[in-house]
Design a protein around this ligand. Structure first.
Ligand code: COA
Length: 260
């Protein structure tokens, strides 16, 4: 699959997707969003890829938001379609059924912060800056930032970040739960690869169900989420990997999960 604005590499069972528009700090234009959608749908079906890392090209930026050249000329109906398209692409990422690790190598602003929040886990370089600066452009987040940020960090912090538009440091983002961990910038990709390699050893079906139970369960009343979890708990018992995992424990060896 050929892309103009993305790079796709493999590191064992990890697929590494790099958004590659460094001259504009990897801003997301319509073409890049569409390429992201296509690569993610492809990786969803690809059993070789058990984990995905998403990062930005260059040292300065993960993604500095939606492309402001396109925002500047959008119409009301075009703006609505644009937001729905962005929301759809991020939804594909959030529900890919395998872990997607955002390796935040610099600015994650606006659509870049929203993109990172749609990932399953977030590791940030200590030099990264995160925020939702849309208010300074006279607009509001449109890729579900108002929804995901308030779910991740709580209503009060989400209001503060979105209403002020002020970016925060990686360490502040870790403190409020916006990123999972912060590492020295020079170690970012290696640490993300190590985490990905560790996750790639886990049973793929169990990981898919965990992601689904948490994502879908959060949208349900607690009791319904518990019933959904119990159903997935039962379903996972149909897998060879469940038999392998439990048998390996009893035989005092490491399991080898095959994804079936
Ligand atoms: N869309 C389009 N182009 C963008 C962009 C975006 N979201 N973010 C940065 N760029 C472009 C700049 O216009 C500049 O292009 P130029 O070299 O042709 O002038 C280039 O990327 C480098 O950015 P620059 O602003 O010169 O870098 P900086 O280090 O001074 O500042 C930022 C970095 C991230 C603070 C600044 O670029 C910025 O505020 N970007 C917009 C962030 C934003 O509001 N995102 C939300 C959009 S909804």
């Amino acid at each position: 699959m050929a892309f103009d604005n993305l790079l796709l590499e493999r590191d064992g069972a990890t697929a590494i997707v790099t958004i590659n528009r460094p001259k504009v700090l990897n801003a997301l234009n319509a073409q890049t969003l569409d390429e992201l959608r296509r690569v993610m749908l492809d990786l969803k079906q690809d059993d070789r890829a058990r984990v995905v890392i998403l990062t930005g090209a260059g040292e300065k930026s993960f993604v500095a938001g939606a492309d402001i050249n396109e925002l500047a000329v959008q119409t009301p109906t075009g703006g609505r379609e644009h937001a729905l398209t962005g929301q759809h692409v991020l939804d594909v990422i959030e529900n890919l059924g395998k872990p997607v690790i955002a390796a935040i190598n610099g600015y994650a602003l606006g659509g870049g912060c929203e993109l990172a929040m749609a990932c399953t886990l977030r590791i940030a370089a200590d030099t990264a800056k995160l925020g939702q600066p849309e208010i300074s452009l006279g607009i509001i987040p449109g890729y579900a930032g108002t929804q995901r940020l308030s779910r991740l960090v709580g209503k009060g912090k989400a209001m503060e970040l979105i209403l002020t538009g002020a970016p925060i440091s990686a360490s502040e983002a870790e403190r409020i739960g916006l990123v999972n961990r912060v590492v020295p910038a020079a170690d970012l990709i290696n640490d993300a690869k190590q985490l990905a390699a560790a996750l790639a050893k886990n049973a793929p079906v169990a990981m898919r169900y965990i992601i689904s139970a948490i994502n879908k369960g959060l949208e349900m009343p607690f009791a319904e989420g518990c019933v959904f979890e119990a159903t997935l708990f039962g379903l996972v018992a149909s897998t060879d990997d469940m038999r392998e995992g439990t048998r390996a424990f009893l035989e005092k060896r490491k399991p080898e999960f095959r994804g079936s």
